[in-house]
Design a protein around this ligand. Structure first.
Ligand code: 13P
Length: 269
């Protein structure tokens, strides 16, 4: 049984004190949720993680330490240390008490695309970041998804298979079990146009099948979450699908009421 995960990607929002206020509010709501949802063995029904901008990690650490909530960063360097201006290493991130890190988000990929790097090269960079995260005991949430153009030309599975194959070739299939995969169709991000639950299910099942070709246990145990315009009114139907193990939430994670409702939908899946 895979425990659902709801992750809030704040992106570059909530400057200054508003980050602290949101962290405090999320903590308060999560504690309420926790008391409603505590399972018989006292474990929580879901994992919840937040990803504030890195400059607010210390606030996250101060406010969330000792709670059931997890936190992490929206990116990690592909290198350990050295002359990489503006980058943050996995060991630095770990030093702020993070458990998770987002890797390969399409909003970061498109920065590289402006440099006209090939998609396969981008997948290799994602694989290096994944390796760094694993080496420092962070759980990478590896984002994967097709553009509107790929979608229109029926290339969704090709795009997804390419990254999965690179990840498996890089560290072997068993290591993949230490990650979370996030299917995030680019056309659904921030557009209000979520994938249908059926589409999400089909793609998640495709991902699991591709992994199962290498190792059935990894395919069964890995969490695959969905991201792209998840809101309280569509979360329940998307999370109800058997291969959808929760969500990666953008806009709605900035509103504590909406985020809590989405967490509740995942917890009562
Ligand atoms: P939205 O939920 O705002 O569409 O963003 C999804 C996302 O990019 C999460 O990483």
């Amino acid at each position: 049984m895979r425990k659902p995960l709801v992750a809030g990607n704040w992106k570059m929002n909530n400057p200054d004190e508003s980050s602290k206020v949101l962290l405090e509010n999320i903590l308060e709501h999560a504690e309420l949720l926790e008391t409603q949802l505590l399972q018989e063995d006292n474990s929580s029904a879901i994992d919840i993680a937040v990803f504030p901008p890195s400059v607010y990690l210390k606030d996250a650490q101060e406010i969330l330490t000792g709670s059931q909530l997890h936190w992490g960063t929206q990116n990690v360097s592909a290198y350990d240390e050295g002359p990489y201006t503006g980058e943050i290493s996995a060991s630095m991130i770990k030093g702020f008490g993070c458990d998770y890190v987002l890797i390969g988000h399409s909003e970061r990929r498109c920065l590289y695309e402006k440099l006209e790097l090939d998609q396969f090269v981008l997948d290799q960079i994602v694989a290096q970041k994944y390796e760094m995260a694993i080496e420092h005991d962070l759980i990478p949430i590896i984002c994967i998804g097709e553009t509107a153009e790929d979608y229109a030309s029926g290339k969704t599975e090709e795009v997804i298979a390419r990254l999965l194959d690179v990840l498996i070739a890089h560290k072997g299939v068993k290591t993949l079990a230490k990650t979370v995969l996030a299917y995030e169709p680019v056309w659904a991000i921030g557009t209000g146009k979520s994938a249908t639950p059926e589409w999400a299910q089909d793609i998640h099942a495709f991902m699991r099948k591709r992994i199962a070709e290498h190792d059935v246990d990894t395919a069964d145990s890995i969490r695959i979450i969905y991201g792209g315009s998840v809101k309280p009114d569509n979360a329940k139907a998307i999370f109800a699908k058997p291969d959808v193990d929760g969500g990666l939430i953008g806009g709605a994670s900035l509103d504590v009421e909406e985020f809590s409702q989405i967490c509740l939908a995942a917890a009562t899946k």
